[in-house]
Structures are given as C-alpha cells and as structure tokens.
Design a protein around this ligand. Structure first.
Ligand code: C5P
Length: 218
C-alpha cells in the first residue's frame, strides 16, 4: 500500500496515545488505537465469561467483534464502552489474551483496514514490527517506569477512576513484563525504529520531534 503510516509503539504510560492523537490532528490523518481493540475484546470476553486462556473461543470472538470508533467514542455492539475499557483490570486482561497467537491473528486484518487516505498514525506494541512493517516512519516511545506509572495514575484519576498507586505500579510492571517477554509480537523497537525517551520531554516536544521526522521522510 502507498498510503503513509506512522507507527508509535511503546509501553503503557509512555505517552504514545496522546502523541498519536496530536500528530494525527496536525497531519489530518486517521488514528488507530490498537490497544483499545485489545481492551474491547477483553471486556467482551470478561462479560461473556470466557477464560483468558480459551484461545479458540477468543479467536472466534476477535474475528466477530462488533467494535466501532465513532466521533471519539468506542462502541461495543453499539454500547459506549470508552470509560469501562480504561481500567487497569481490563488492561491486565487485555495483556493476558494479547499473548495468544489466535487472538493477534484474529485482530490483524481489522487493524490493517484502518490504513486509509490520506494517512494513518497507529499506536500500540507491534505496529512497526508486525502490523505495518512497511511504515516509512516508526517511533518507539519509552519513559522511566516511575514516570509512566505517574502518568497513568493522573490519567485514571482525571477520568474519575479511583486508583491505588502502589497497586497500579505493580499492575503496570506485570503487564509490561508480560508484553515484553511473550513469544508472539513482543514489545520491542523495530530494527528501523527511532527510539525516543520521553521521561524528561514535554508532550509538545515529542510531537514536534515526530512531525520533524515525518517531514524529513515525507
Ligand atoms: O495500549 P494499551 O495499554 O491500551 O494496551 C492494552 C494491552 O493490549 C497491552 O498491555 C498489550 O498487552 C495489548 N496490546 C498488544 N498489541 C497492541 C496494542 C495493545 O498486545 N498493538
């Protein structure tokens, strides 16, 4: 495909969601929040009482998932689940099912379908390594574990969720470890990715850097 893609991968709390939204707005491109798709599948599975290890059932569910992103809303079978999918408990369930090959396969084409004119900014763990390997610009965004936990804490608080900081730090640590060490599509920079450490950078500085790279590679 000739349609341009910028991939932004990284661990939870690295700022990739915010950066993805701002870069896409600047360029007038589409957004793929792939983590939201894994989260919606996790929520649907939890609601249906499917165990996070039932690979065949989860693969079927992944292929049939009725998820839509409309006007900034995340809909599951028409119901707004935007808030429900943001809890760390759904994130943890998502990371368990995301380690299954059948689940990743079941969601692959759905993610590639987001590549539409005039371009796409895709946020996740394997956007550059698996889903859009031919992307002309790949970013891997990191930050220290403390800073990432702090950002997630503020995000959750702002969204009105009650959070226990030590428990959150532990859950994020476990989730990142699972995402990094899994056999299928582990979290790691693509060979041709630009690695950006955002620990001491503002969101604006990261966005500027990504846009500068996009212009150079345009
Ligand atoms: O990015 P977010 O925190 O919303 O993702 C939730 C979980 O979904 C991650 O911890 C990861 O296990 C999984 N995920 C993934 N591949 C992606 C995006 C998310 O495995 N491309």
């Amino acid at each position: 495909s000739q349609i341009p893609v910028i991939t932004i991968d990284g661990p939870s709390g690295s700022g990739k969601g915010t950066v993805t939204g701002l870069v896409a707005r600047q360029l007038g491109w589409h957004v793929l929040d792939s983590g939201a798709i894994y989260r919606v599948l996790a929520l649907a599975a939890e609601q249906s009482g499917i165990a996070p290890t039932s690979e065949a059932a989860l693969r079927t569910m992944a292929l049939q998932l009725q998820v839509e992103f409309v006007d900034g809303k995340t809909l599951l079978g028409g119901a707004d689940v935007g808030r429900a999918i943001r809890t760390e408990s759904v994130g943890s369930y998502a990371s368990q099912i995301a380690s299954l090959e059948g689940v990743r396969e079941g969601l692959l084409q759905r993610q590639r379908d987001f590549r539409q004119e005039p371009g796409l900014v895709a946020d996740g763990r394997d956007m550059g390594t698996v889903v859009f390997t031919d992307a002309p610009l790949k970013i891997f965004l990191t930050a220290s574990a403390e800073e990432r936990a702090r950002r997630r804490y503020l995000q959750l608080k702002e969204a009105g969720h009650s959070v226990n900081l030590p428990a959150l730090v532990e859950e994020i640590r476990a989730r990142d470890e699972r995402d990094t060490n899994r056999e299928v599509a582990p979290l790691k920079p693509a060979d041709d990715a630009i690695v950006l450490d955002s620990t001491t950078l503002t969101i604006e500085q990261v966005v500027e850097r990504v846009l500068a790279e996009a212009t150079t590679r345009g």
